[in-house]
Write a protein that binds this ligand. Structure first.
Ligand code: UDP
Length: 239
């Protein structure tokens, strides 16, 4: 299991839905524990880790707007949902002995730190895992876009998006059995072919700042470690 890591600083994004696990709604502590264990391994080999988690397991602004709520209020609820997920992850990570900070794009000082870029970088340099909560802090954005934004801000060398399937396919493999696996893509191919990788705003941010993106299946134990060692796991989106 040797091999020097290829990346020093990464940003990992997964959706809130990933935390639902077997409980049907909200946060499954077993899933959170599993994610924390995978992250402990990366932390152990010295990778600087930023994390962005979604909130779709609790609230999504668009979903609340669809049933009549004001969209901006719904988005505020969605962003607060990501803070809850971040706190659950922080708790699991700290119980495993990993130093960790939640930094929120919305000020909630009794609960976590504010996001300050320079302080976030300092935490990372000291080996603390940073969880970026509350998305971008603005309505009408997504946590995918928050992930590309924070990755660029902190100078992450790779953005890693965890999904339910082992990479990008020509169609949804969970629906269409003829879907073809695609191991490499350019940013423009993702946009032109309307592939469901991340939302377009996030992909364009990656493209304009030449931030490589890898999409992988987070249910595969050890996959993250293989990725940071430079192995070809999942799909790579790059220039
Ligand atoms: N959200 C927002 N601004 C952001 C990030 C998120 O308003 O910068 C809100 C939005 O309502 C979104 C919800 O937070 O639906 C949860 O985030 P997202 O849908 O990206 O979560 P995921 O699908 O990854 O679980």
């Amino acid at each position: 299991d040797g091999g020097k890591p290829k990346y020093r600083r990464i940003l990992l994004k997964f959706s809130g839905e990933a935390l639902i696990g077997e409980v049907g709604y909200g946060i499954d502590p077993k899933v959170v524990q599993q994610i924390a264990l995978e992250l402990r391994e990366l932390n152990r080999i010295g990778i600087e880790i930023g994390l962005v988690v979604g909130g779709g397991n609790i609230f999504r602004g668009a979903g609340l707007a669809a049933v009549g709520m004001d969209r901006v209020t719904g988005d505020h609820m969605g962003m607060l949902a990501t803070v809850m997920n971040a706190l659950a992850l922080q708790d699991a990570l700290e119980r495993l002995g990993i130093f960790c900070r939640v930094m929120s794009a919305i000020r909630i000082n009794e609960v976590c730190e504010d996001y300050l870029r320079r302080r976030a970088i300092r935490h990372l340099e000291k080996g603390r895992l940073v969880i970026f909560a509350a998305g971008t802090g603005n309505p009408f954005f997504t946590t995918d876009t928050a992930a590309s934004l924070r990755a660029i801000e902190i100078g992450a060398e790779l953005l890693i998006k965890a999904t339910k399937v082992d990479g990008v396919y020509s169609a949804d493999p969970l629906v269409n059995p003829d879907a073809q696996f695609i191991s490499r893509l350019s940013y423009d191919q993702v946009i032109e072919r309307k592939l469901a990788v991340m939302d377009t705003t996030a992909i364009i941010m990656c493209r304009d700042h030449s931030l490589p993106l890898r999409v992988f299946d987070m249910h595969k134990a050890g996959a993250l470690t293989h990725i940071v060692k430079g192995e070809d796991v999942g799909t790579l989106v790059s220039r």
